[in-house]
Design a protein around this ligand. Sequence first.
Ligand code: TYD
Length: 139
Amino acid sequence: MSIPCENPSFRLLGDARGSLIAVEANKDIPFAIARVYYIFGTKEGVERGFHAHKELKQVAVAVRGSCIMKLDDGKEQLDILMNDPTKSVYIAPMVWHEMREFSEDCVLLVFADQAYDESDYIRNYATFLEAIERNGGNA
Ligand code: TYD
């Protein structure tokens, strides 16, 4: 079984002036958006993430530049090159994720279905694997 990370491409609205993408909740994103954050100015060699969420659902898109998003459901690992503002990745609950190889200009935009809650994080990989084993992925 593969990691559920697919999200439909965002529609590019372009004309002679340039490009525009509109993202609507429950349409382009499979949930109601409660929070948006973006990661930018990432220093060379920095790796981020290294956690899973118990319940949070997220969709990430590199609106500028590129990075690699690694997803891991405890059984399978997937490296996704994010370098296209029309292509997004769904990060399901209980999917361990790491981001690396950020280009200097990378802006990684993330939509989330809940407000920030540190208690929803699993930041220890061994704990993550234990939770997967215990609950079949349902923390
Ligand atoms: P962190 O989860 O370490 O980022 P990453 O997953 O990219 O490694 O978050 C960095 C800091 O920002 C940490 O102190 C928590 C805080 N933060 C918020 O306050 N709100 C948020 O929505 C996010 C994502 C992080």
